[in-house]
Design a binder for this molecule. Structure first.
Ligand code: N2P
Length: 439
């Protein structure tokens, strides 16, 4: 249902753009904010209320065009190859790294006139520290991106059919007991990292390599190891999902879903409403901790509204509303958020790394906020540069795609280019026509 709303919203807002352009010769692009976000990743009312807030703050009108993506690399291709003019986009850590390295981002200045700066001071220091570790070729990611949501990659499971112990190892993907009942997120980097961590347990335990070093490893040897593991697991895998895993789990069509913590929170809650018991665990071997942040691409046409939008999302009350709607965890770590999230139903855990001193024993949802011990066995992904192609090829071989994934990405970017060209021509023709009419 929510997804359907998103699609309608996307089409409706695209229509708004065209309506705006036909009204005013040459269009009113400077009053449009083009947002490109993950599906199911914002409270619908928070989005709808932004234009009124922006008008209040700046006296200016803004219309929103809202488009969705499910896969980081598709979004990246539209910007990197298609030069699409999105004003504000929400990539994950390793893509922010790549965008910085490839000079695709504008710095986000904090000049908001009389509007408070909600960014600095509200972001958890943990998020700021992790963004400091994004390796942007000399550029600090905190100057070019602002944390939005974050979480872990792990295993969501149906507690009626799977024990916590069974779900607590990545080898659950090769457990014949769950044959045909396993769905895996169609996100090659999010699968490659944890599987590699699992396969390199011995080296990690012996101190021959650190978790952080492993997150840079895309050697032929490691790719082959992960490929063999996944090909072995494939006989038990029911499918790859970009977004429907939650539904498969709530409807009990699957027992296991390799997924992101926020999807799990949403599904666990939905399922409880229909008497289905789901849970989520970060396997004992370790995993990815990931961060999505807002950036302003260099092809943006309305960087001013973009930075106000980012600032608006950092208001603690807005952050809480977004969390409530989508299940993911905001990067905002103020006492207000901590108070909102604390709930007697949970066991106390240590989340002082996120909320600061005094938060070492807090009753909070451990799926949303992993405890300090879970965080200690997780690491952030990094851009794999030229090696991305090898990773994508491995992913295609595992899934059995006939077409090379890069070909798909290039086709998607070309299609975007063609649409943009058709749109520009249409505008050009209109301009000529109206000139002729004036003569
Ligand atoms: C929500 C997608 C979350 C993105 N549908 C995780 N990086």
């Amino acid at each position: 249902m929510k997804r359907l709303f998103n699609i309608v919203l996307a089409s409706a807002t695209v229509l708004m753009l065209f309506a705006g352009c036909s009204k005013k010769e040459g269009g009113d692009r400077e009053n449009i904010l083009k947002i490109y976000n993950w599906a199911d990743y914002i409270d619908e009312d928070v989005l709808a209320e932004f234009p009124a807030w922006y008008k209040e703050q700046t006296g200016e009108d803004v219309k929103i065009i809202y488009q969705l993506f499910d896969i980081n690399e598709i979004m990246l291709a539209k910007i990197e190859r298609g030069h699409e003019d999105f004003d504000v986009v929400c990539p994950s850590d390793y893509i922010i790294e790549r965008m910085l390295r490839n000079d695709l981002l504008l710095p986000i200045d904090r000049d908001f006139g009389s509007t408070p700066n909600y960014i600095d001071g509200n972001l958890s220091p943990y998020i700021v520290d992790c963004f400091n570790k994004i390796d942007g070729n000399g550029k600090n990611a905190n100057d070019y991106s602002v944390g939005y949501m974050w979480g872990t990659t792990g295993i969501m499971y149906n507690t009626k059919h799977v024990t916590r112990e069974e779900a607590s190892t990545w080898d659950v993907l090769r457990n014949p007991k769950f044959a045909g009942k396993i769905f895996i997120k169609d996100a090659f980097r999010d699968v490659y990292g944890p599987v590699l961590i699992y396969l390199k347990q011995k080296e990690l335990a012996e101190g021959k390599i650190t978790l952080d070093e492993l997150m840079y490893d895309s050697s032929d040897e490691s790719i082959a190891l992960v490929e063999n593991y996944l090909k072995d697991a494939k006989q038990y895998i029911a499918g790859w999902e970009a977004d429907f895993g939650k539904e498969m789990m709530t409807k009990e069509k699957a027992d296991i879903n390799l997924t992101w913590s926020g999807d799990a929170v949403w599904a666990i809650e939905e399922a409880a409403g229909v008497g289905v018991s789901l849970d989520y665990v970060v396997p004992k071997e370790g995993s990815n901790v990931w961060f999505d942040g807002w950036v302003i691409p260099k092809y943006a046409k309305n960087p001013k509204a973009a930075k106000y939008f980012i600032n608006y999302l950092c208001r603690p009350d807005i952050a809480v509303r977004n969390m409530d709607a989508i299940g993911y965890v905001s990067a905002i770590g103020t006492p207000e958020v901590l108070a909102e999230r604390t709930d007697e139903q949970y066991e106390p855990i240590n989340v002082s790394y996120f909320f600061g001193e005094g938060a070492d024993s807090v009753r909070i949802n451990p799926v949303q906020y992993p405890s300090a011990e879970v965080i200690a066995r997780c690491a952030m992904m990094h851009d794999s540069g030229d090696r991305t192609e090898q990773l994508l090829e491995m992913w295609s071989r595992v899934k059995g795609d006939n077409m090379n994934t890069w070909v798909i990405l290039v086709c998607a970017a070309a299609l975007v280019g063609l649409i943009a060209l058709a749109f520009t021509r249409k505008r050009g023709n209109k301009r000529k026509k109206s000139k002729r009419n004036r003569r």
